[in-house]
Design a protein around this ligand. Structure first.
Ligand code: URA
Length: 427
């Protein structure tokens, strides 16, 4: 691309509220990805976007430029519909694990290029790596073969998937510009559109454990992402769902795999089952298969069969015992009554401090670390009963995890939990 623009002019225009042209946006994203525009100029532009926002036209051009920094995959050779799901991230959010094989068992292929966890929310790949032998890296040919033969693949995104996002996300992380709705929406949607699925379902979380603390911001993010997906020809729907408390009964890596397997075996916590089925129905409808009821595939074991095949195809042993922790510590219920608070953010930080998550990209995670809770919000508890079990490889981590849990549990506080599914957003 020619050097038709000057980064300083682009920064000044955005700073002063002058709309950027599609040409300026294409140029600046491409030049930054090639290393022609340096980090300090892109940092200034991101901060200007943070304060000024982006118009619909600017956002569409920005997202397209991020897609064009890599390759948009073509899955038409599969000969069957494809659908994917993206969650904005939450505590105990293991839904991808049962969901991908479930939707595949219903005849719709699921190409899931996932990431690792950073901070208090876990990453899907970190969870699956708790399965002995399972590998996150799948090269292009094996990826298509697995989609064809098994119907579902969950693996690490290669470097050709929206490479501009990798650079921009790392820069946003250190410049205080992550929490911008247009920047979050373009970051997520550039990767999801490039992945090539026909239909996309977004699970936009709201509450203390989510990126979007307020339901209104979550709705705005959901509407923005649905608009970008539809404009790119991907049938896109979003559910806005609760993350004031964690999902299911476990947060960590091996513990979340174990809970997912329970769901695939026809059991598991009611909220995980409800959300898995709701998202599966949206994915199937988006892919043109609303004639199929995913509850049947869960009940008759077809989803479990796909799970086993999906794990084995990536080197994992679905029958191997999962890693277990060297140390545990029990926290008891503080009073008798209804559990009205189980704060998602606090539990996420506790699991992270126990070793389940990482503070820096290059840190290792512990497969066995996490938190398991014996009662969910709305259930009765008795003073002194075991409520939380902290699990770790390293007992020295327990005090800091307990600090994170101060004030996290409340009995009869009068708080009203959010409904599990708050809203459904369509184009
Ligand atoms: N997840 C992403 O992929 N990008 C963001 O900007 C935020 C969350």
């Amino acid at each position: 691309m020619s050097n038709a623009f000057d980064a300083i002019d682009v920064i000044r225009a955005k700073r002063d509220g002058v709309p950027l042209s599609a040409g300026q946006i294409r140029w600046v994203v491409d030049a930054y990805t090639r290393g022609v525009v340096p980090d300090e100029q892109m940092s200034a532009l991101l901060m200007a976007i943070f304060f000024r926002g982006m118009s619909g036209d600017e956002l569409a051009a920005w997202t397209q430029a991020m897609i064009d920094s890599g390759e948009r995959k073509d899955l038409s050779s599969l000969g069957r519909p494809t659908a994917d799901k993206h969650s904005t991230g939450g505590v105990g959010d293991k839904i991808t694990l049962p969901l991908a094989p479930l939707v595949a068992a219903c005849g719709v292929a699921v190409p899931q290029l996932s990431g690792r966890g950073l901070g208090h929310t876990g990453g899907t790949l970190d969870k699956l790596e708790a399965v002995p032998g399972w590998r996150a890296d799948v090269h292009e040919e094996a990826y298509l073969r697995q989609l064809r033969e098994v119907g579902a693949v969950i693996c690490a995104a290669g470097n050709d998937l929206a490479p501009a996002d990798k650079l921009l996300y790392a820069l946003r992380d250190v410049t205080g510009t992550v929490e911008s709705i247009p920047l979050i929406a373009s970051s997520i949607m550039s990767k999801k559109i490039a992945e090539g699925a026909d239909a996309l379902v977004l699970d936009v979380k709201t509450g203390s454990g989510a990126f979007m603390k307020s339901a209104e911001d979550a709705r705005t993010l959901a509407r923005t992402m649905v608009g970008l997906g539809e404009a790119a020809g991907v049938r896109t729907v979003a559910l806005v769902t609760a993350m004031d408390r964690p999902l299911g009964r476990a947060a960590g890596n091996a513990v979340e795999v174990a809970e997912s397997v329970e769901v695939l075996a026809g059991g598991g916590p009611a909220d995980v089952v409800e959300l898995t089925l709701a998202l599966a129905r949206e994915m199937l409808a988006g892919a043109g298969r609303d004639d199929v009821d995913p509850a049947d595939a869960l009940a008759d074991g077809r989803a479990m069969d796909v799970w086993r095949a999906m794990i084995a195809a990536q080197g994992g042993d679905p029958d191997a015992p999962l890693p277990s922790p060297a140390e545990t510590h029990v926290v008891t219920a503080p009073a008798t009554g209804t559990l009205t608070r189980l704060d998602a953010f606090s539990l996420g930080v506790a699991a992270w401090r126990l070793g389940a998550g990482r503070a820096r990209k290059e840190d290792p995670v512990s497969a066995a670390a996490g938190v398991v809770w014996r009662a969910g919000v709305g259930e009765q508890v008795t003073a002194g009963q075991p409520l939380l079990e902290l699990q770790t490889d390293d007992a020295a981590r327990i005090p800091r995890a307990l600090e994170a849990l101060e004030g996290a549990v409340g009995v009869d506080t009068g708080e009203q939990p959010l409904p599990l599914i708050l809203d459904r957003i369509t184009a």
